[in-house]
Ligand binder design. Structure first.
Ligand SMILES: [Zn+2]
Length: 44
C-alpha cells in the first residue's frame, strides 16, 4: 500500500522556487513554492 504513495511522490516533477527559479529539494511541504534562500532572508 505505502509503495504506491512513494511512487506517486517520486513521479512528481521537481518544484521550482518562484523567486529565483532554483529547483527545490523538497523535504518540507510547508515551505510552499520558495527555496530556503528565499524563504529565510534572515539567514543570509
Ligand atoms: Zn529561491
Amino acid at each position: 500500500m505505502l509503495e504506491n504513495v512513494v511512487e506517486f511522490f517520486r513521479n512528481l516533477p521537481a518544484k521550482k522556487c518562484v523567486e529565483c527559479g532554483n529547483e527545490i529539494d523538497e523535504q518540507h511541504e510547508c515551505y510552499g513554492s520558495k527555496c530556503d534562500n528565499c524563504m529565510d532572508p534572515g539567514k543570509h
